[in-house]
Design a binder for this molecule. Structure first.
Ligand SMILES: [Mg+2]
Length: 396
């Protein structure tokens, strides 16, 4: 079998990847729905993979993997990897999890990121009201991750939150030394949420990046009574093109609150220092940024050897990203906690694909499906109407 084309269309803001073959089998992947600018980056790899056998996934990846980088520049490579697995599974008439070593669980646990309702004042009462609304959702999520501090508007809207200037540069651009007031306000919001939630719901926080280690330590220690699942990305993280393993380790060894990072990281090699130094308690690569699902599995196995847990990122990954997460997470060792559930950015996504159950998440779990490949495919006729004019030939 040979690859005949690599295409990319932007649907609902989302880059969708389609790889076609001379056997008539195609495979799909996608990048996060806020990365529409990646289309030319995806197509950059086209000439490098045409003519290769897509079922030799690793051989194809060797051609392109070296041409990627930390978030967002690993997303195109990652989406291609997932489309290759989709083809390999369809060609073998097996679900992708079988090709990754087989499943060790029949249902996969998910968690939900909870910044879903406006919180203009960023007060404890707003934080409580927000998580209580999510408690009412039909998916029955049992692990919530709340953005807070530098990973939320709090750092901008709360007077005297930290030293330094407030930046409105988009994605997580504030950093600096927290004031006493800023630290206490953040802790008050955590305490209020934790007291409002039952013991059956665990709470994690997405915090940064932006803390200095001394503030990260003070915050992590202040959170110890709340028994949080993890604190994410306090030092480096989302959109930081580097890792600060030694600084994470300084904090980690002095608090019982678990630390988490890794969503922006690309490739196994970049996880080595973090894992070998046991610098955090949980890592959370995103299959759509790290280099794909086989890459994510390798990293998870290596983390498990070092006593580090795994909770993959995925909030913007859409329906094909969900399929990829379900397939790989079914195969991960026992250090797996839960993956971040990608809710589609627009409701019509669920009307243009086949393969998803009517109720995808039940009691926080997704049942692993057994259809070939990723197990999710387009209803082409229904999907066509969401193509932009320049992408009209995407399904041809
Ligand atoms: Mg995060």
């Amino acid at each position: 079998m040979k690859i005949t084309d690599l295409k990319c269309a932007i649907m609902g803001g989302t880059p969708i990847i389609r790889i076609t073959t001379d056997a008539g089998i195609d495979g799909y992947g996608q990048a996060e729905f806020y990365k529409s600018y990646l289309k030319p980056h995806v197509l950059y790899y086209r000439e490098m993979i045409i003519g290769l056998d897509p079922t030799n996934v690793e051989a194809v990846m060797q051609r392109i993997r070296r041409m990627g980088a930390f978030k967002p520049w690993g997303a195109a490579v990652s989406a291609i990897e997932i489309a290759l697995w989709d083809i390999a599974g369809k060609a073998a008439n097996l679900p992708v999890y079988k090709l990754l070593g087989g499943k060790v669980r029949d249902k996969v646990r998910t968690y939900i990121t909870t910044n879903r309702y406006p919180m203009p004042l960023q007060t404890p009462a707003e934080y409580v009201e927000n998580v209580q609304k999510i408690q009412g959702w039909s998916e029955g999520f049992t692990l919530f991750k709340q953005p807070i501090s530098f990973h939320s508007p709090m750092a901008i809207t709360t007077p005297n939150y930290s030293y330094g200037e407030r930046r409105n540069w988009g994605v997580h651009s504030n950093r600096g030394v927290l004031t006493r007031q800023g630290l206490n306000h953040t802790v008050a919001c955590v305490q209020a949420m934790r007291e409002a939630l039952p013991d059956t719901i665990e709470l994690a926080l997405d915090c940064g990046p932006g803390f200095l280690p001394q503030d990260a330590l003070r915050f992590a220690q202040a959170c110890e009574p709340f028994q949080l699942r993890w604190l994410e990305d306090m030092l480096s993280g989302d959109y930081a093109p580097f890792v600060t393993a030694d600084q994470y380790r300084d904090v980690k060894t002095r608090t019982s609150t678990p630390l988490h990072t890794g969503e922006q990281m690309y490739l196994r090699q970049n996880f080595m220092e973090l894992i070998e130094k046991r610098a955090v308690d949980v890592i959370g690569p995103d299959p759509l940024d790290v280099g794909g699902i086989a890459e994510l599995k390798w990293i998870t196995e290596y983390a498990d050897l070092h006593g580090i847990a795994m909770a993959p990122h995925g909030t913007g990954n859409g329906v094909f990203g969900l399929a990829a997460l379900v397939q790989v997470c079914a195969t991960l060792p026992d250090n797996f906690i839960a993956f971040e559930y990608p809710k589609a950015n627009l409701p019509w996504w669920y009307d243009i694909v086949d393969g998803l159950p009517d109720q995808i998440v039940k009691d926080s779990y997704v049942d692993v499906w057994d259809r070939p490949g990723l197990g999710v495919t387009f209803r082409v006729n229904a999907a066509k109407k969401y193509l932009e004019a320049e992408d009209k030939a995407f399904f041809e």
